[in-house]
Design a protein around this ligand. Structure first.
Ligand code: ADQ
Length: 491
């Protein structure tokens, strides 16, 4: 897969834990690259389209050292990880320490010093690789919680670079973040960027508060003044910093979006509209089709929503002859114990509800633990009556925005958790607290009974919001924040 065409350095460099593609065996025995699913990839793919850029990341398999390769205008620079590094950096510190801690401790985070050591080591490797491929003065865009130390490591090696960091998941309230034994190092790492971007305003203010409480740096929202010679302070409250030489770091919200035009185009294509009709037929032409689409993750609230649906069938608010719940669950983090347990719990719950209420030719819940194509996903969005997006905590949740983008027919209702970042913009959805099972049941019933006129008016409003704030606007506003004209002049 080595390519002689891969340039040595580039002006636009994205760094993410995972490259956006997987190697899959092709029919001829060779390998072909296919897109790997997930929110980060869905958001960044359109930003990269047509841009000559480098993408630095792990290619998805351990203990192999792949040469750089190029596909279209993107040049991929694989970072090798060993099996132990995958276990301790990705499954361990990223997904069993940071992920639960940053999602409000829905499950208990684990703190292990060996994991932290590996996290540092792997972050350094990503920073070194990015430093090698970035041209003089390049824009380097670091993505997400697996790489929070990279901005500072990169700044140390390459002070000429313009560094942006975007955090795709929530940043928790200080009372929770403070549990992290390495909180000061993480904050110091992030502050190596010129701009630290978050999904919601509350995430940005949580980080600024953490910086204030740990380091005492002065700030004027959204800017934080960081001493030029900052070193990671110890984990105790520091006295106010009075250093005269400082640099400014912007800590601000940049709510992520998607390529609305291309989703809308695909959703209204003949093939997708035809497939949507087929899906309803295959489901036995139900009166109400509910739909959930998630990575199989305990933050997504799948259990709560299926429990609410089961209770509605039990109480007779819904009848299995009339309603079907389609739950797509994309396989996720199967190496982590909590995810294996979650899968067992959900499959048991689905089995119980289907056992109690299903019919021979029609289960109450259609559950698919698999990845489906973008076309099929769009057809599902178009086919359903009620889209149920009820995470217990979520940075943004692109599924909610994908659904709204797909409904060019201005039909369908969206039930949306107040704990998803998307709720800030999609306030015409039926907003729920997913922990409140009775409230959830009421919202599902209201959504199922919503008149066509109300669906239209709510959907028109939501579509206006997503069309205005699409992925181009997100990327442009972030990139402009990292390199405003005055910053460029100062260099
Ligand atoms: P995720 O937690 O991965 O992303 P989300 O934003 O919902 O969550 O994106 C999921 C993506 O995966 C969507 O594009 C969806 O279409 C796709 N997907 C889900 N199930 C699938 C299936 N069965 N088959 C194929 N595709 C499937 C993280 C944060 C989010 C944030 C994004 C982007 O946790 O809060 O919105 O990054 O910043």
């Amino acid at each position: 897969m080595a390519s002689s065409k891969t340039p040595e350095t580039l002006d636009f460099v994205v760094v993410s834990n995972r490259l956006p593609i997987d190697a899959k065996p092709a029919k001829n025995g060779a390998e072909k690259w296919v897109t790997s699913p997930g929110g980060l990839v869905a958001a960044l793919q359109p930003v990269m389209k047509g841009r000559t850029a480098a993408w630095v990341g792990w290619p998805g398999r351990v203990d192999i050292d792949l040469e750089p390769f190029s596909l279209a205008s993107t040049h991929y620079f694989p970072v090798a990880l060993s099996a132990v590094e995958l276990e301790e950096h990705y499954e361990g510190f990223s997904n069993s320490t940071l992920w639960p801690l940053y999602h409000d401790v829905i499950v208990q985070p684990e703190f292990h010093r060996t994991w932290w050591e590996t996290y540092k080591k792997v972050n350094q490797r990503f920073a070194d690789r990015a430093a090698e491929v970035a041209a003089e003065g390049a824009f380097v865009w670091v993505q997400d919680y697996q790489l929070q130390l990279v901005p500072q490591m990169l700044r140390k090696k390459r002070p000429d670079l313009q560094i942006g960091y975007f955090h795709h998941i929530p940043f928790p309230a200080y009372e929770l973040f403070a549990q992290l034994p390495w909180r000061a190092d993480i904050l110091h790492g992030l502050l190596g960027a010129d701009v630290v971007g978050f999904q919601r305003k509350t995430d940005a203010s949580n980080m600024r508060e953490a910086v204030r409480r740990n380091f005492g740096y002065s700030m004027q929202k959204p800017m934080v003044r960081v001493p030029l010679r900052a070193t990671p302070p110890r984990n105790r409250k520091a006295p106010p910093v009075t250093a005269s030489k400082t640099r400014e770091v912007m800590v601000e919200a940049f709510p992520i979006s998607l390529d609305v035009q291309s989703s809308a185009k695909l959703a209204s294509s003949d093939a997708v509209v035809k497939r949507a009709k087929e899906i309803r037929k295959e489901l036995g032409s139900p009166k109400t089709m509910f739909l959930g689409v998630d990575r199989l993750d305990y933050t997504k609230g799948i259990r709560h929503r299926l429990k609410a649906f089961g209770e509605m069938l039990q109480e007779g608010t819904l009848k299995a002859e009339d309603a079907v719940f389609v739950q797509l669950a994309s396989p996720s983090r199967e190496g982590v114990e909590q995810y294996r347990e979650l899968r067992d719990d959900i499959e048991q719950l689905v089995g119980r509800i289907n056992g109690d209420f299903g019919h021979l030719n029609r289960p109450a819940i259609v559950y698919l633990h698999q990845n489906i194509s973008r076309e099929e996903m769009m057809a599902m969005y178009v086919a359903c009556d009620v889209m149920v997006v009820t995470p217990l905590r979520d940075g943004m949740n692109l599924v909610a925005k994908e659904f709204v983008s797909a409904r060019t027919d201005h039909r369908g209702a969206l039930v949306l958790s107040e704990f998803a970042g998307a709720a800030d913009e999609l306030d015409e959805a039926l907003i729920v607290n997913p922990h409140d099972i009775d409230g959830l049941k009421e919202a599902l019933a209201d959504a199922a009974a919503m008149s066509a006129a109300e669906q239209k008016s709510r959907m028109e409003h939501m579509r206006k919001v997503v069309v205005e704030n699409d992925i181009k606007r997100w990327a442009t506003s972030f990139i402009d924040a990292v390199k405003p004209p005055e910053r460029k002049r100062r260099r």
